[in-house]
Write a protein that binds this ligand. Structure first.
Ligand code: NCD
Length: 350
C-alpha cells in the first residue's frame, strides 16, 4: 500500500508489520529519534481536530521530521476557491507525506490521484477514519493479545461515527467476531455498512439498550453523538444523552472487558469510569501516537517502490446522489461506480 484511505484494504500481514514496529517504538524510543530526519509531513486539516492533528504532529516530531500545513480550511487556498486537485498537486511537491482531514466523503481517495507522495486519510466526513481504526486495533492487540474470538459492543452514534464504520469493516477479516450494535433507531448504521456486514457473512445484532447486553462484551466501543453532522439540531438535543456508561453499568460487565472510545468524550462515559482498570481510552490515545509513527515510517518506505492504487473509471455520465460526496464539488472527477460510488460508497441502487 502507498496510501491509507480505507483500513479494511490493509491486510492482516500489513497490519501485523505496522503493529510490530509500533511496539518496537514503544520499547525503544531513542532508536527512532532521527528516523525521519530531513522529511516533511504536510498536515492538511480542512475540518477541526485536536487529537488526530496533534498526534500526527507529535508522531512526526518524535521521528525527527518536520511538519507544515493548516488546521482549518479558512487558512488554506480552499477558501479562495482552489480545487482539491490543485492543492494536492502543489503540496505533494513540497512534502514527503500528506495527512488530510476533509469534510467531504471520498476526498482522500480523490487526493491520491493527484499526489506524488503517500496520502493518509485522517477522516473524510462521516465516511472513514482509518488511522483511528489502526489505533483501535493496536490497542486491542496490545491489551488483549488477539483480534480473533470476541464480542464487540459498539454504542452511540453509529450513523455518523466514521470511526465505527472503519472499525467494523476492518474487524471483518478476523475470526469469530460478533458485533452488538447499540444505538437508537435514528442513529443506526448506514445501509452500506449493513450491506458490507451481510456480504462478508458477519455475525451481528442490533440493540437499543446498553444494559441488556453489556455482560456479553469483550470490547465496549463507546462513541460521541456527532453534533456537527446533524441537519436537525433538535434531534441532536433529544438523543445526546441517550447512553451514559457509568460505574453501575460497569458492574455488570465482564472482568476483562476493555472500554475504548476514540475521544473526545462528552457525557457518554462518566468520570468515575476513568478509574476502572478496564477503561483503556487514554491508553488508546497514547497507542495512537505510536501507531501513527509506525504508519509514517511504513508509508515513507513503501513510497520508494509502490504506486497509488489504479482506479477503474466507469464509462457513464451517471452522478453520485450523496450531497456530501466529493464528486459534487470537484467536477473534474470521473465517476467510478457501477452501483456503488467508488468515492463515498453510496449505494446508488437504493
Ligand atoms: C473521532 C473523529 O474525529 O471522528 N475522533 C478522533 O479521531 N479522535 C471521533 C469523534 O470526533 O467523536
Amino acid at each position: 500500500m502507498r496510501d491509507i484511505i480505507d483500513f479494511s484494504k490493509v491486510s492482516k500481514e500489513e497490519f501485523n508489520e505496522i503493529y510490530n514496529i509500533a511496539v518496537d517504538i514503544m520499547e525503544n524510543k531513542e532508536k527512532y529519534q532521527k528516523a525521519c530526519d530531513g522529511k516533511v509531513l504536510a498536515s492538511l486539516f480542512f475540518e477541526p481536530s485536536t487529537r488526530t492533528n496533534l498526534s500526527f504532529t507529535t508522531a512526526m516530531y518524535r521521528l525527527g521530521g518536520q511538519v507544515m500545513g493548516f488546521s482549518d480550511s479558512g487558512s488554506s487556498s480552499a477558501s479562495k476557491g482552489e480545487s482539491l486537485k490543485d492543492t494536492i498537486t502543489v503540496i505533494s511537491k513540497y512534502a514527503d507525506i500528506i495527512v488530510m482531514r476533509n469534510p467531504q466523503e471520498g476526498s482522500a481517495l480523490c487526493a491520491t490521484q493527484y499526489s506524488e507522495v503517500p496520502i493518509i486519510n485522517a477522516g473524510d466526513g462521516g465516511h472513514l477514519h482509518p488511522t483511528q481504526t489502526l489505533t483501535d486495533l493496536v490497542t486491542i492487540k496490545k491489551y488483549r493479545g488477539s483480534l480473533d474470538n470476541m464480542t464487540v459492543g459498539i454504542c452511540g452514534d453509529l450513523k455518523y461515527g466514521r470511526t465505527v464504520h472503519s472499525l467494523i469493516k476492518s474487524l471483518a477479516k478476523y475470526e469469530n467476531i460478533k458485533f452488538i450494535l447499540v444505538s437508537p433507531h435514528e442513529l443506526k448504521l448506514p445501509e452500506y455498512i449493513i450491506d458490507y456486514m451481510d456480504s462478508h457473512n458477519l455475525n451481528y445484532e442490533f440493540e437499543t439498550d446498553l444494559d441488556n447486553k453489556i455482560n456479553e462484551f469483550d470490547i465496549l466501543y463507546m462513541t460521541r453523538i456527532q453534533r456537527e453532522r446533524f441537519d436537525d439540531i433538535a434531534q441532536y438535543e433529544r438523543l445526546k444523552n441517550v447512553y451514559i456508561l457509568d460505574e453501575h453499568k460497569m458492574s455488570h460487565a465482564k472482568e476483562n472487558m476493555l472500554v475504548l472510545h476514540p475521544l473526545p468524550r462528552v457525557d457518554e462515559i462518566t468520570d468515575g469510569v476513568d478509574l476502572d482498570p478496564r477503561a483503556k481510552y487514554f491508553e488508546q490515545a497514547e497507542c495512537g501516537m505510536y501507531a501513527r509513527m509506525a504508519l509514517i515510517l511504513t508509508l515513507l518506505e513503501n513510497n520508494k517502490r509502490k504506486k497509488p492504487e489504479t482506479i477503474s473509471f466507469a464509462n457513464t455520465d451517471k452522478k453520485c446522489i450523496n450531497p456530501k460526496c466529493i464528486t459534487q464539488t470537484e467536477k473534474y472527477l470521473k465517476p467510478i461506480f457501477e452501483d456503488i460510488c467508488g468515492y463515498c460508497d453510496k449505494n446508488l441502487k437504493k
